[in-house]
Ligand binder design. Structure first.
Ligand code: NCD
Length: 305
């Protein structure tokens, strides 16, 4: 039985298979509408979510399966002090697969050690978010046509942004990846990612603090929100929250085929005027999230399609 806790739990071949399956599901949704009949997905969300939880649930419903779960720690027995290990032991007997989001890094990994059903990490603290990465990869693959030889700019909160950490981990496996890391000094990517991933694999990257200086060089701009809930004090959040705001004026500096991705939710970092720019693909990206989750569920349940 396989769990997906980190994007590296899937080999490049498995990733490619999931992305191709997701593309087929997007084109022929009817073909898959009963393939999870009788199967149940549990969504165990100890932290707020809109897209991730609802797209997991929509994915399972599109496959003809059913869903159960909770959407906040307060409405589960976590509020009474129950451990993740005990919760998952019980949920294993209620459902066939589960997606877990938790504020503590490593919680889904702990769950996977006690689970008898596949556990999918739906975001653990500031650490990883592998299904957002699948969503991002599908978006890039469909809209750019390839995943190699891309210059990606990550902008915003690169310290706490788990979607950034997971996408970097996944992209370093494709040839010719080149990263521009755009953030205030206080929100640069964690040292472990620089030393153990970028430096070790000799991936070209640079760190800058002014978006306008690099916009014209990028194939993809991956914008992120400053992760308020991970800050230790409000003063720092207020000082840093509006570090970058993408506007139509700034978009004039970018290539005509640059794509703007954002895992959402957006706060202030992309002005709404940018939404009508054909290069702004973040709402399409959110739609693609349903299909990669459908493909992942079917793969982990080992359903022949
Ligand atoms: C992201 C997350 O939860 O990490 N959202 C998402 O899953 N689409 C990004 C964020 O919250 O900023």
């Amino acid at each position: 039985m396989k769990h997906v806790i980190s994007p590296l739990d899937l080999s490049v071949e498995e990733l490619d298979h999931i992305l191709s399956l997701a593309e087929d599901m997007l084109q022929n949704p009817k073909k898959y509408s009963e393939c999870c009949h009788g199967k149940k997905l549990a969504t165990l969300f100890y932290e707020p979510s809109t897209r991730t939880r609802l797209s997991f649930e929509a994915a399972m419903l599109n496959l003809g399966g059913s869903v159960l779960g909770f959407s906040s720690a307060d409405s589960s027995s976590a509020a009474k002090g129950e451990s993740v290990a005990d919760t998952i032991r019980v949920v294993s007997s209620y459902a066939d697969i589960c997606a877990m989001r938790h504020p503590k890094e490593g919680a889904p990994l702990v769950a996977s050690m006690y689970s008898t059903i596949p556990v999918i990490n739906a975001g653990d603290g500031g650490h990883n978010h592998p299904t957002q990465t699948l969503t991002d990869l599908l978006t890039i693959k469909i809209l750019k046509g390839h995943l190699d030889h891309l210059k990606i700019g990550f902008c915003g909160d690169l310290k706490f942004g788990r979607t950034v950490h997971s996408l970097i981990n996944a992209m370093v496996r494709y040839e010719g990846s080149n990263f521009t890391l755009i953030s205030p000094v206080e929100l640069q990517i964690p040292t472990y990612l620089k030393e153990e991933v970028l430096d070790q694999k000799q991936i070209p990257y640079k760190e800058v603090s002014v978006l306008e200086d690099v916009l014209s060089e990028l194939d993809i701009l991956y914008m992120t929100r400053v992760q308020k809930e991970r800050f230790f004090n409000e003063e720092d959040y207020i000082r840093l929250k509006d570090s970058f705001i993408l506007t139509s004026k700034k978009m004039e500096l970018a290539r005509p085929d640059m794509l703007v991705l954002h895992p959402l939710p957006r706060v202030n970092e992309i002005a709404t005027e940018v939404d009508s720019d054909p290069r702004a693909v973040y709402f399409k990206q959110a739609q693609f999230g349903v299909y990669v989750r459908m493909a992942l569920i079917v793969t982990l349940l080992q359903i022949n399609v």
